[in-house]
Design a protein around this ligand. Structure first.
Ligand code: UD1
Length: 420
């Protein structure tokens, strides 16, 4: 299994182009299940999760054409199978996003329950309750969700999310686009990836208003049609490279980043002593390292501080002056990076859902591994700043979410290589 070897201590300098967002691409690919015409997506990142979902959609009968770099054409004309099997779903929880579109357009679906994952139990009860509100009959048996639409199809309804969920909002948005009548989603998630999905659905003929707010209104339509849509940039990838600049004592310009999608994160970086210069006209941000101070963080749904950047920010706080209290309020078990950072010399103690990070002067390289995507990236970041050699195992986690990570880091001066 591949590993990433890093020799730390080199300030990174230069420009990093930000790729298309994995978390926007996944629900957008599932939108192909709603139409029998081509859906063309551009700015698609080349990542393992994208390929995994491509395989799942293909076994449903969607044709997936990836012949041009960054471009994907999906056609749901030939969909014949409404079962999403355990073997594919267990590889990626986002597979649950086929549930809403399959029931909406094909009247039924059988989707494996994804099960727990490294960062917590992660139930799918909100996806199920929301679809039930649209009239779907749902039963759970043999580890599968069995869903059936009522005669005449799903019906619009008002659904209030008891808790903000990105995936459940996306599933309902997809399903409600083809339901009869009006659906209102209250306390919906507001992540930019949801806005990107809603805009694509509208380009396909859906009628969604309230985009960007926590109340989405969808007037169902009978059918959707072909569209071409560009995937937004990956704000989590951008945040990760912003930390790379700050932790390595360098300066990086991140390009292709729309204004306003990382504001809370940048506010925290600035409070920590990092210089962040945003240039909205050029869709770029320049991040320059500074003397680091401890800053407290509480993760929240958008527009709050993203849980997907918590591990990376913690790596930075390990080298700050003073202390930082980092509270994880979205997932119940998202501190797997802590013991590994401590093996590199960090001073961190966990108290329930919070981690108290006391800054140290130096980190030292070590062999480390992590059990999820963002935890792995925090170890790469720590390795960039650490003295000596860090070897990060289980690189497949990084391959799920960071396009060309080794190449991008090498281009800005990092001493990093992938070893078999
Ligand atoms: C998405 C992102 C993930 C990010 C997360 C939170 C994708 C593919 N993944 O995951 O990278 O970390 O948003 O920003 O976009 N919950 C329930 N019941 C449900 C659904 C969720 O209790 O039916 C809970 C979860 O366990 C979690 C919280 O709600 O504690 C938020 O989860 P959710 O927003 O749904 O995350 P995902 O969509 O899975």
């Amino acid at each position: 299994m591949d590993r990433i070897r890093i020799i730390g201590g080199k300030p990174l300098k230069g420009t990093v182009p930000i790729s298309g967002a994995k978390n926007a691409a996944l629900p957008l690919m599932c939108a192909s299940l709603l139409v029998d015409e081509p859906l063309e997506l551009t700015n698609v990142p080349d990542l393992v999760d994208i390929r995994t979902l491509g395989l799942l959609l293909e076994q449903h009968g969607v044709s997936v054409d990836r012949s041009a770099v960054g471009r994907m054409v999906l056609n749901g004309k030939g969909v014949h199978n409404t079962t999403a099997p355990y073997d594919l779903v267990r590889k990626m929880r986002a597979s649950i996003l086929v549930l809403g579109p399959l029931v909406a357009r094909h009247g039924k679906a059988k989707v494996s329950l994804p099960g727990g994952c490294a960062i917590g139990a992660r139930p799918v009860d909100l996806h199920i309750k929301g679809l039930q509100a649209l009239g779907a009959e749902i039963t759970l048996s043999d580890g599968y969700v069995h869903a059936e639409a009522p005669k005449g199809g799903l019906r619009g309804a008002k659904f209030t999310f008891p808790q903000v969920s990105v995936g459940a909002t996306e599933n309902l948005l997809l399903a409600a686009s083809l339901a009869q009548g009006e659906t209102q989603l209250i306390n919906a998630a507001r992540e930019p990836e949801i806005g990107n999905l809603a805009e694509c659905l509208n380009a396909m003929g859906a009628r969604i208003t309230g985009i960007g707010s926590d109340c989405l209104t969808i007037q169902g339509v009978e059918r959707l049609h072909s569209a071409t849509h560009r995937i937004i940039s990956d704000r989590i990838e951008a945040g990760t490279y912003a930390v790379a600049a700050a932790i390595s004592g360098g300066c990086l310009t991140l390009t292709g980043l729309p204004d306003g999608i990382l504001d809370s994160f940048f506010d925290h970086l600035i409070a920590a002593g990092v210089t962040v210069e945003q240039n909205p006209a050029a869709q770029s941000v320049t991040v320059t390292a500074g003397e680091l101070h401890g800053v407290d963080v509480v993760t929240k749904p958008f527009p709050g501080f993203a849980t997907d950047l918590q591990a990376q920010f913690m790596a930075l706080m390990c080298l700050s002056q003073g202390a930082s209290m980092i509270t994880e309020a979205v997932f119940e078990n998202r501190f797997m990076h802590v013991p590994e950072l401590m093996r590199m010399g960090a001073n961190i103690s966990i108290q329930g859902g919070s981690a108290l990070v006391r800054g140290v002067d130096d980190l030292t390289g070590a062999p480390v591994m992590a059990t999820d995507l963002r935890a792995s990236s925090s170890l790469v970041l720590a390795g960039l700043a650490a003295e000596g050699e860090t070897v990060v195992s289980r690189v497949y986690h990084l391959d799920r979410g960071y396009e060309f990570i080794v190449e991008k880091l090498r281009n800005v001066g990092a001493m990093v290589e992938r070893v078999a």
